[in-house]
Design a protein around this ligand. Structure first.
Ligand code: UD1
Ligand code: CA
Length: 452
């Protein structure tokens, strides 16, 4: 049985941010959410997040995660002090406690499982995750005997010049037998460079403590500043892109592309340079996205083409072409075989199949049928300053250039709207509507003006 505690009370001073460190985002999810996710496969009996700095914000950000518990550390006196806060709520508990720093977003579940196994197999009182780093600057150094039994952990700031040469570092992931830890926690001292109560000091007091080296040091990168955040993001992006390329997706100039971990891509999708795929986006086979596009929380069916466009919270059916320079948002739904072209914005609008909106249009709160042609510069006037109103357009209807459809308004099937019309009333099926002043020509007007 294992209880998980995640340390997330610190401010993260080195981030130089108003946002608590653990809420900084990495590839679409906060640092602490990533840590919570990493413990999921261990099926912990409880997950406790220790919060402190901007506790309310941190809690609110994780509100939607069921059964997560929070314990408050009202003053942040160090990682040992943070774990002391668990004493009341874990009273009588006899299992293991897995402790993770909240700023450790790349840790893999398999590594945590291995740590727990080593802990149990060797009957340790504590087992800690370590790594050998070329540049161990900033990390606590772990000193072991030949059998990987830990003698001491010394924080970088407390190290002598000699101790700093040790490249074995503490990753900030620990498995403790809770009963042993609970006995020593109340006696921690803060005699160190930072005047903090260090969790790492407990290792000299609890009994047999063993170090386990992580196989891939990239997993244990702690995020303390924006440089490390960027480095982690690069590692994460490499993981995600390698996965999709091996699954049959072509990335052209991969370094210029970003893909959230939550995105799903099918084989034979092509992603062109400077394209960013975010959130719950799904792109089906044969689609070609980019260059220069942002797709967020959207579903694109097979053989869709998107160039230099922004698509958010929208759905596009097979064989449709979007862009260049189109903007789909607010639950736009575009049918199959459509064309949404240059400088077109669709908001909360549904287009039927084989419908074209090729140039310079805004359709908001509109529904069209199939094979509709929206002429260049057609605008739905959907907002009266107070409320939004719908526009309905039937099958095969065509709007002339520069028409304004003043909502609420319905155009039937096979309607033709004359160019430059301001349509304010519903139009039945199979009609031509002309809603503009008739052109007047005054012959010889310049001469008459001169004589008067
Ligand atoms: C810590 C370890 C160090 C290790 C490194 C790995 C200690 C004393 N040092 O150092 O050995 O190499 O992590 O990344 O543990 N926190 C609280 N309450 C506090 C202080 C911190 O909840 O009072 C939380 C922070 O929000 C953070 C985590 O604990 O998520 C680690 O704190 P941080 O200040 O980043 O520790 P490091 O100096 O990196
Ligand atoms: Ca840290």
């Amino acid at each position: 049985m294992v209880v998980v505690a995640i340390l997330a009370a610190g401010r993260g001073t080195r981030m130089k941010s108003n946002l608590p460190k653990v809420l900084h985002s990495l590839g679409g999810r906060s640092l602490v959410e990533r840590v919570i996710e990493s413990v999921e496969p261990l099926s912990p009996s409880r997950r406790i997040v220790i919060v402190g700095y901007q506790a309310e914000e941190v809690k609110a950000a994780m509100q939607s995660i069921p059964t997560l518990e929070f314990v408050e550390q009202t003053v942040q006196l160090g990682t040992g002090h943070a774990i002391q806060q668990l004493l009341p709520c874990l009273e009588g508990y006899t299992g293991n406690l897995l402790v993770l720093n909240g700023d450790l977003p790349l840790i893999r579940s398999a590594t945590l499982k291995q740590l727990l196994q080593t802990h149990q197999k060797n009957q340790n009182t504590a087992t800690i995750l370590t790594a050998n780093l070329n540049d161990p600057t900033g990390y606590g150094r772990v000193f072991c005997n030949n059998e990987s039994v830990v003698q001491q952990i010394v924080e970088h700031k407390d190290c002598t010049a000699d101790q700093k040469q040790n490249t074995r570092i503490n990753a900030g992931v620990y498995c403790f037998s809770w009963q042993n830890l609970a006995q020593v926690l109340p006696h921690l001292q803060a005699n160190n460079a930072q005047n903090e109560y260090y969790l790492t000091d407990t290792v000299t007091q609890v009994g047999k403590v063993m170090a386990v080296d992580v196989a891939d040091y990239q997993e244990i990168l702690g995020i303390n500043d924006r440089l490390q955040l960027a480095a982690a993001s690069e590692i994460l992006q490499r993981r995600v892109k390698e996965k999709w390329m091996l699954a049959g997706v072509t990335l052209i100039d991969p370094t210029s592309i970003t893909i959230d971990e939550t995105v799903e891509l099918q084989p034979d999708v092509i992603i062109e340079p400077q394209t960013h795929l975010r959130g719950n986006t799904v792109i089906e086979t044969g689609s070609r996205i980019g260059p220069g596009s942002l797709i967020e929380n959207s579903q694109l069916a097979e053989n869709v083409i998107v160039q230099y466009s922004v698509v958010t919270n929208s759905l596009v059916k097979a064989g449709t072409r979007i862009g260049p320079y189109a903007h789909l948002r607010g639950h736009a739904q575009v049918g199959a075989g459509c064309r949404v072209g240059n400088f077109v914005e669709l908001k909360n609008t549904r287009l039927g199949d084989r419908t074209n909106v090729a140039h310079l249009s805004y359709l908001g709160d509109a529904v069209t049928g199939d094979q509709v042609n929206i002429g260049a510069g057609t605008i739905t006037a959907n907002y009266d300053g107070v409320k939004k109103h719908p526009t309905k357009i039937g099958d095969r209807t065509q709007t002339g250039s520069n028409s304004v459809l003043v909502a609420p308004v319905t155009l039937g099937d096979d309607v033709y709207v004359a160019a430059g019309s301001a349509v304010t009333e519903d139009v039945p099926d199979d009609c031509l509507v002309i809603a503009r002043a008739r052109q007047v020509i005054k012959v010889g007007w310049r001469k008459r003006k001169a004589q008067s």
